[in-house]
Design a protein around this ligand. Structure first.
Ligand SMILES: [Zn+2]
Length: 215
């Protein structure tokens, strides 16, 4: 290899070593996370590995039951500290799926009830599964609106926080739900409006004339 290429490669590797996000994602074992299961790393402070594995397997089974397909496990990184959260763009949401290949779980999820922990994992794995069927380009082109992706994730996960009774759903008929993912992300982080419930109610209506097998 010519010296200039060696130098360029060295700079790239050095940058990866210094930039927290790619360092954690590419080298979790060198970033303080332990390998605890297939494709899964977690910080020791995030709780007992056996608990995570049991909840993860529950979530995978739940998503498989809903979607009719076992999701491929993405690379899963589970934080237990603010340092880890900060490096991985947290702690905003409890967890964040990045396409079909990466799922980050933030430390604050570990403080929640077992029911919510399982539901959040299932919610994110539902997004992972959608990402395996609908390309990022198609998502961007609007083939699957954000409200539908989120609504199906709520239904697939059985999230215990949400009231989805017909009477409550009827009261959410007029909620304005973004189709675009950026707009959804902005709204989700700033509003008290029940947009996840409304999305799940609307996804249920969508399912009366559509099938998830067509996604
Ligand atoms: Zn979501």
């Amino acid at each position: 290899m010519r010296p200039i290429r060696v130098l360029a490669l060295g700079i790239v590797l050095l940058s990866l070593g210094l930039l927290p996000f790619p360092r954690y994602v590419l080298f979790p074992g060198l970033s303080g996370l332990d390998y605890v299961a297939d494709s899964t790393w977690m910080e020791a402070s995030a709780g007992p590995p056996a608990r995570l594995i049991e909840e993860l397997e529950w979530a995978e089974a739940k998503v498989a039951e809903w979607w009719g397909e076992v999701p491929d496990r993405p690379r899963i990184l589970v934080c237990g500290s603010y340092d880890c959260d900060g490096a991985l763009k947290g702690p905003g949401p409890y967890a964040q799926a990045y396409g079909r290949h990466l799922l980050i779980v933030h430390a604050r999820l570990g403080l929640e009830s077992p029911q919510l922990r399982r539901a959040i994992l299932a919610h994110e794995l539902s997004h992972t599964l959608v990402a395996s069927r609908v390309s990022l380009l198609d998502l961007w082109r609007g083939r699957m609106p954000a409200w539908l992706n989120e609504g199906l994730a709520v239904l697939a996960s059985g999230d215990p926080r949400f009231d989805l009774t017909p009477a409550y759903c009827a009261s959410l008929d007029t909620e304005d739900l973004p189709a675009g993912y950026k707009a959804w992300g902005r709204l989700a982080g700033t509003t008290d409006r029940p947009i996840y419930q409304a999305a799940a109610c609307r996804a249920r209506i969508w399912l009366k004339t559509n099938s998830i097998s067509d996604i």
